[in-house]
Design a protein around this ligand. Sequence first.
Ligand SMILES: [Zn+2]
Length: 185
Amino acid sequence: MPAAAPPPAAPRPPPRPGRAAWRAARGTVADEDAAWAAWQHHDAHADGRLWIGVTSTGIYCRPVCRVRLPRRENCRFFAQATQAEAAGFRACLRCRPEQAPGLARVDGPATLADLAADWLRPTLQTARPPALGPIAARLGISPRHLRRIFVRRHGLAPLAWWHDQRRTVRADPTPTPAPAVPPCR
Ligand SMILES: [Zn+2]
């Protein structure tokens, strides 16, 4: 029996520098009062222009993130996500700040459900569906929430969708022709 492909795994994070380094980190935003106000109000206009490192957790977020607001003295404000990374902060799994510039709505339920479908699709050739837990964890949501947004987006629960897609794939006997490779010249 062919073994099921392992679920997509997040790359191993590098060792974390520790609290002293985060506390010593200098923000790169000139107007910290405005940055703090944007963070307090989860201002969508600041999304893509402001990132906040939290020294009590070592995590950095986008201003739109709905995590509990930390104390202001624990916040370091950055004008670039890469600067927060360089200071040793790790990306929040809920708002995915490292993906913000190109995927401003990555935390939208439809986008998350589409991402989950994208990750499930390559496993359709395997004997068994992958576990949902790691997929939900990778998206920074609970398996229950993943199921809910998946049904709303695709009309079926993830596992029912997987079986349905698999039937479709198997019912189509036409093999996809391999693209012609032009000869080397
Ligand atoms: Zn966050």
